[in-house]
Design a protein. Structure first.
Length: 460
């Protein structure tokens, strides 16, 4: 349910009536997630007005939940002191995500508004490569030592816990801040007060590397089913932590990008209604031009078989059926493979197993569709002469061609993602339109080749 759209008329009416006290009371009833939704659905000139009415603590939490575009609008509409307060109270990972969306000159200016300690953290996170795990992490975690007792650990949590991103996991550090292990708070609470940290350890921490790509964090979180992971450098020194909410954002962006590419376009970085029209056209035109050129090959293939078409016009009746069947099966196979690769269900080394499986699947699907096509022609021929006296041969042509085209579509759709991955391209670019165009051209060749072999001496 979209809370913002439900109460937007009420909020707008209160702004127009200058009933700011009532509006403040209304907003205080909602949490930061709902308040962000409400502000995001307002007009730009209303967003800063409403945001200023939020209590300071709620405002900071709400700002982190706003979309990047809304955050940028608010930064332009707020006073310098208000912006400084917001930036200093934001969590480091969310602040870094905001800075990534802003021009370099603006980021440089905003960094001057941060407190010295916060500025040092921000500059360190921005120093990691764009798209790396280092940009996602926050340095707000609780670290303990192996020789500490449970009593000392609990005292330490009481003193510094309010500044930590999470209290559920504690990180055990060795010499020079090297990560040794991680402890669940539950295990600490259930242990005896005099027990040491070393007695609770199992020496099996799972960690991310700061310079790795953010997509790798998604895979690790999925594999180990965890909600927070430490981030270390190449020497094992603990640098920060990454939480599940940040990884979910990455997973959503990655899935959105793959879906857009699979639809036959470049990925867009902005919400649909906010991306400029020229940028939208540019993102979509490139692949459409490529596909149009590909479809020109279809016309060339038809021209090559012009003689056969003139002799047996009945063959053209089944062209849409042949082409669409190959394209549909190819799109199915491509979708299955791209998703399986995204979930690490298959790797490059599995290509032969996949090919054998898709070979059997393609033959089976082709036989099913071929049988249906033949029965359809036979049924029509029983009541009419639309397919002529050689309807049996026409039916055989369509059936055999369907087996070949469906098999080709299945193999092309399943193998293209492997080929792209081999050459370090994104498998999602073997989109459904691309596979369909490829199968269109080759499907025509298969269809008329089968027709020539089966109908030679009769219709051809």
């Amino acid at each position: 349910m979209n809370i913002g759209r439900l109460i937007q008329p009420e909020v707008t009416e209160l702004i127009e009536q200058r009933q700011f006290a009532l509006l403040r009371e209304l907003l205080e009833e909602w949490g930061p997630e709902d308040a962000a939704e409400i502000i995001g659905d307002l007009e730009e000139h209303e967003q800063a007005v409403v945001f200023r009415l939020l209590p300071r603590e709620l405002a900071a939490d709400t700002f982190e939940h706003l979309e990047a575009e809304t955050q940028k609008n608010l930064l332009q509409g707020l006073l310098k002191d208000e912006v400084a307060s917001l930036l200093n109270e934001m969590s480091p990972d969310d602040r870094t995500a905001l800075f990534e969306e802003l021009p370099g000159a603006v980021v440089k200016e905003l960094l001057t508004l941060l407190a010295p300690m916060e500025r040092a953290v921000a500059q360190k996170l921005l120093g990691y490569p764009e798209g790396s795990i280092g940009r996602l992490m926050t340095p707000d975690y609780i670290a303990v030592r192996t020789e500490w007792t449970v009593d000392r650990v609990l005292d330490h949590i009481r003193r510094v816990g309010s500044d930590s991103e999470t209290l559920d996991v504690l990180y055990v550090l060795g010499d020079r801040g090297r990560l040794v292990d991680e402890l669940r708070l539950r295990d600490v609470l259930l242990a005896q007060p005099e027990a040491t940290v070393s007695s609770l350890m199992d020496d099996s921490p799972v960690a991310l590397f700061a310079n790795d790509l953010q997509e790798e964090a998604v895979s690790v979180f999925r594999k180990y089913d965890c909600f927070v992971l430490p981030v270390v450098d190449k020497d094992g020194i603990l640098l920060g932590i990454v939480t599940a909410d940040d990884v979910l954002d990455v997973a959503e962006e990655e899935a959105t990008e793959d879906i857009q590419k699979f639809g036959g376009m470049e990925a867009i970085e902005e919400p649909y209604l906010r991306i400029p029209l020229p940028a939208m056209i540019r993102k979509r035109a490139g692949w459409l031009i490529v596909l149009l050129v590909g479809e020109m090959l279809t016309a060339s293939a038809l021209a090559f078989f012009e003689g056969e078409i003139q002799k047996a016009v009945v063959l053209t009746l089944f062209l849409p059926l042949i082409i669409s069947s190959g394209g549909n099966t190819g799109s199915q196979a491509a979708t299955l493979m791209i998703r399986a690769m995204a979930l690490d269900e298959v790797t490059l080394g599995d290509w032969w197993r996949v090919m054998r499986r898709e070979l059997a699947t393609g033959i089976a699907l082709g036989c099913i569709l071929g049988l249906i096509g033949f029965l359809r022609i036979a049924a029509w021929s029983a009541f009419s002469n639309v397919y002529g006296e050689h309807w049996l041969l026409v039916g055989a042509t369509v059936s055999i061609a369907l087996v070949g085209v469906v098999l080709l579509g299945t193999l092309a759709g399943s193998m293209l993602p492997f080929l792209l991955r081999l050459f370090r391209f994104d498998p999602a670019t073997s989109s459904a339109p691309f596979v369909a165009t490829l199968v269109d051209v080759t499907g025509i060749v298969i269809y008329f080749t089968v027709a020539y072999l089966v109908l030679h001496g009769t219709l051809l």
